[in-house]
Design a binder for this molecule. Sequence first.
Ligand code: SF4
Length: 315
Amino acid sequence: MADYVRREYPQWSWSFSRQQTLTSCLRRYYYNYYGSHNGWESGATAEAALAYRLKKLSNLYLVLGDALHKSAYYMVERVLAGKVLPGADFVEEEIRRQLRKVWKSSRDDRDLFLRRPNRVDMLQEFYYQMEVSEETLAKINERIKQVSRAIVASTVWGELGARGVELISCEQFDTFTIDGTPVFAVPDLLYRSSEGSWTIVDWKTGDEVGDNQDQVALYALYVQNKHKVPAEKIIARLEYLSLQTQRQLTFTPEDLMVVEEKARASMKKMRDLLIDPAENIPKSKKAFVLTDSRGLCPWCNFYELCKGELERSVS
Ligand code: SF4
């Protein structure tokens, strides 16, 4: 493992999720990418330490998505090893086991989380002492059943096990560059067929939203740029496991140029929020205004940091 190098400011990079955060709320973007930086240090300011802690919070839907992806990764390994795949009951129990584990640490390990937030899985629902309604629990329970059945029934396993198919990556963190900026891309699954087509698979446990297509289009740009694959040879498939539907996308070189231009425009917006782009030094926190869509603030990780300012701004 590389030695830890302390940086006064975080390294500049771009990702699709960073863009989503920027679009959702400038203050959330600030806390997530700047205000929490070095918040893990013993000498951190109180605000940086709190922002770092809050950044670490998860929620039931995120834990479900994470557990599903762990099961999918396990299944990829079994296919590659020529082993029998587990059934839906096995996957469902594994997802439930992981949810129970996070539920337990959230309920029992609050004190440790306050001291060492990187050591404990903590659900936002417990941290903020929000009641988890019967309706939410029923929805999560139903979703666990749906996604377990759907991942086992996915056509991807037959395709991945076919003769001549090569796995390129599975949940592998990778980067490519646009104008010198490192761009993060983590496709759930990427494989190449014997005919030379490249397939990106992205598993979703939630509802279909427009952003999903933009996200896999960015992965297609990554495949084109990093692996030197012509756009026409790339297929992206979104599998909506709880809906039991899927959407397949193909691309032209022009489509991917548009994706690259959108990323550039987003980078420019982010850089406009810096006083020193070379060192990635942000403007003052005031430049990162609170969102106008305040209805969702109580469900935001950083609510504790914003609560006073939100209350003052309405009084
Ligand atoms: S609590 Fe609201 S204003 Fe504060 S970071 Fe979150 S979304 Fe933005």
